[in-house]
Design a protein around this ligand. Structure first.
Ligand code: ADP
Length: 629
């Protein structure tokens, strides 16, 4: 077809009137549509060149592509009209089409219009026709696809997880390079192998099962964990995520994602072991242990606590709690150590729920069985990140046996001291009698022995009196007189009585100048106890200072010695019954550890306080204060 000859292809401006022929070729075969219609309405550029490269036809699209009008271009050589075009592959390819007589197709990007074209150059006898198919959109889509493929490839290749693709039989077709990082194998070492080959012999069932499930449920992700042999021979725990994309065009594979979870598994194992150990410990301690949440609901009890609450096991208790059948607060009637009913809000667990660590020795009775217990309850609050109480852990130690033993011991001390009191009184009366007789006979030798005997009887009597006091205090039977006591006078009297028995100088500083109400003898006993201790525990010192002072409503007496002092760790327990500071040094200081207890009790029962300040090796100051009423 010679387009240049085709009248209908002429541009309207080009009318040289030379050729008038109008053949059937001017219209599309078998129709009345002229060719120009088609070329003009084509979305792509089209032009026809003669053998010299002169433009014999160009359509509307070609005008805008070449950025020149038909008037400017028709009849002129394209290579001259647009010299730049000579340097493009168009020139070469036109030559090629002309010389070979074969259609040449190629892709070409025009920087002038920033578009991609697929060019087809059709040779003809007259020259060539050039058809520019705009493929910019396709090129962009291809580029996007290429980019995203590149990104996905980078993701897969750099991922910490290994990825493989298998067919429906589990034969590996692709392995990502990260396989080397995960299991030590090069991808090519795994391709064509069966994916389950490396599974631990004990875990073999898992990959089989997972493959079956993956095949059954296309498109659904399946996760499993099993051990896989690393190239170095060790087994690693892997989390394997698989998906059947066999029906997905372009993928047509089962995708397997392998993640090494060995560390997590080890950690899980350690946590499980630690939990098991803890559970064994919790279940085997003699104490009952409960954990309640912030709403005081039980969330854990060990067996001991479950039994105490009347259930055969933790499971039984939790089931009963679920059914709302646990009323643990109604199960026991509770008293404090001195026998007063203990309200629910004062129990250690309740206090801990309010954020305070609490401890108490309580007497509790199981309302169902009537059994009485002594229980040491210690409750610890556990806080959440906001500082709110989240849980309370309570530990119940059964002290019943210990308490009963203690009570038997107290009972024995009470009986023994009562029993000892009478013979001692008689012994003392008889020494008095003997003393009178031998004095009359001037038997100085016997008098000396009698005086030593008397000293020992006095010591023994004091000991027995102390033990009796303890029993009375224990039983709450210590009675105190309510009389006006002149403390200055009392201090002076005690010091005067004691001074002849010691080489220490007993100095009095300050004065109270006021009386207090209390039991004069008992307060004298306190002064005596503290002063004898001050002397006893400062053998190298020469002085003991007694200070008396008062404020508007309290009177304070302190006894300062310059002796051995007391280590901090002992100070808290010093006022407990039978507590002594045991150290090698103390072997030289006789005593039963009851003087301070008695003194402390007496002061407390007067509504006062007793405390100690001390520096080890430098000396101690024992003080008490009493309310002035
Ligand atoms: P004891 O009969 O053992 O002296 P106390 O109850 O009077 O019993 O004292 C208890 C313990 O306190 C003593 O064993 C001693 O270790 C310590 N103690 C008491 N007073 C003093 C003091 N002034 N200096 C050092 N230690 C003292």
């Amino acid at each position: 077809m010679d387009l240049a000859q085709d009248e209908s292809l002429r541009s309207p401006d080009q009318n040289d009137g030379e050729e008038e022929e109008s053949t059937s070729e001017q219209t599309v075969q078998g129709s009345a549509i002229p060719y120009t219609m088609i070329f003009e309405h084509m979305p792509d550029a089209f032009l026809a060149l003669d053998m010299q490269g002169r433009i014999t036809y160009l359509n509307h699209q070609a005008e805008s592509f070449l950025q020149k009008t038909r008037a400017q271009l028709l009849g002129s050589s394209i290579w001259e009209a647009i010299p730049k075009i000579r340097d493009t592959p168009l020139f070469q390819n036109c030559q090629q089409a002309k010389t070979t007589g074969k259609t040449v197709s190629f892709e070409y990007r025009s920087s002038a219009v920033n578009k991609w074209f697929h060019l087809h150059i059709y040779p003809s006898e007259e020259g060539v026709c050039v058809y520019f198919q705009d493929i910019t959109e396709r090129k962009k889509a291809e580029e996007r696809l290429h980019q995203s493929e590149k990104r996905f490839r980078a993701l897969i290749e750099n991922s910490a997880d290994a990825i493989s693709l298998t067919d429906a039989n589990g034969i590996i077709a692709y392995v990502s390079p990260s396989m080397t990082r995960v299991l030590g194998y090069l991808p090519e070492e795994r391709v064509f192998h069966h994916f389950q080959e490396l599974a631990h012999p004990d875990d073999l069932e898992l990959p089989k099962r997972i493959l079956a499930r993956v095949l059954q449920e296309p498109g659904k992700s399946q996760v499993t964990e099993y051990r896989v042999r690393h190239k170095d021979g060790t087994f690693h725990w892997l989390e394997i995520n698989s998906m059947n994309l066999l029906d997905e065009p372009g993928v047509e594979a089962i995708v397997w994602n392998y993640r090494d979870i060995t560390q997590r598994k080890q950690l899980e194992q350690e946590v499980a072991e630690a939990k098991e150990q803890l559970e064994v410990i919790l279940q085997n301690v003699a104490a009952g242990i409960t954990v309640v949440d912030a709403n005081d609901r039980l969330i854990y009890v060990n067996d001991v606590a479950a039994h105490r609450l009347g259930f055969p096991s933790l499971a039984a208790l939790l089931a009963a709690q679920q059914a709302g059948k646990v009323h643990r607060h109604e199960k026991f009637t509770v008293w404090d150590e001195s026998g007063r009913p203990l309200p629910g809000s004062e129990r250690p667990t309740a206090k801990a729920l309010r954020g305070k660590q609490a401890k108490a020795l309580v007497r509790d009775q199981d309302n169902a069985t009537g059994r009485l217990y002594w229980t040491l309850v210690r409750a610890h609050p556990l806080f959440d990140a906001q500082g709110q109480v989240q849980f309370v852990v309570s530990v119940f130690t059964d002290m019943t046996e210990q308490k009963e033993l203690e009570q038997r011991k107290d009972h024995f001390i009470s009986m023994a001291s009562h029993e000892l009191k009478t013979p001692l009184t008689i012994l003392s009366a008889f020494t008095q009698l003997l003393r009178e007789r031998f004095e009359a006979e001037h038997r100085q030798d016997v008098m000396l022995h009698l005086s030593k005997m008397d000293d020992q009887i006095t010591r023994l009597t004091k000991l027995v009196a102390d033990l009796l006091d303890i029993s009375k205090m224990q039983e709450g039977k210590l009675e105190l007189a309510q009389e006006a006591v002149d403390m200055d006078e009392l201090v002076r009297e005690v010091v005067e009585n004691l001074q002849p028995t010691t080489t220490h100088h007993l100095l009095i500083e300050g004065a109270a100048q006021r009386t207090i109400t209390g039991d004069r003898d008992r307060l004298g006993q306190v002064l005596m106890n503290l002063l004898t201790n001050a002397i006893k525990y400062s053998p190298q010192a020469e002085t003991v200072v007694v200070r008396v002072a008062q404020t508007r409503d309290t009177l304070t007496v302190s006894m300062q010695d310059f002796g051995i002092g007391i280590a901090q760790s002992h100070r808290e327990k010093l006022f407990e019954r039978f507590y002594r500071v045991y150290s090698e040094k103390d072997q030289t200081y006789p005593g039963l550890g009851i003087g301070l207890y008695i003194a402390h009790e007496i002061i407390q029962r007067h509504g006062g306080k007793m405390w100690v300040d001390s520096v080890e090796g430098k000396g101690s100051t024992f003080s008490f204060s009493l309310p002035i009423r």
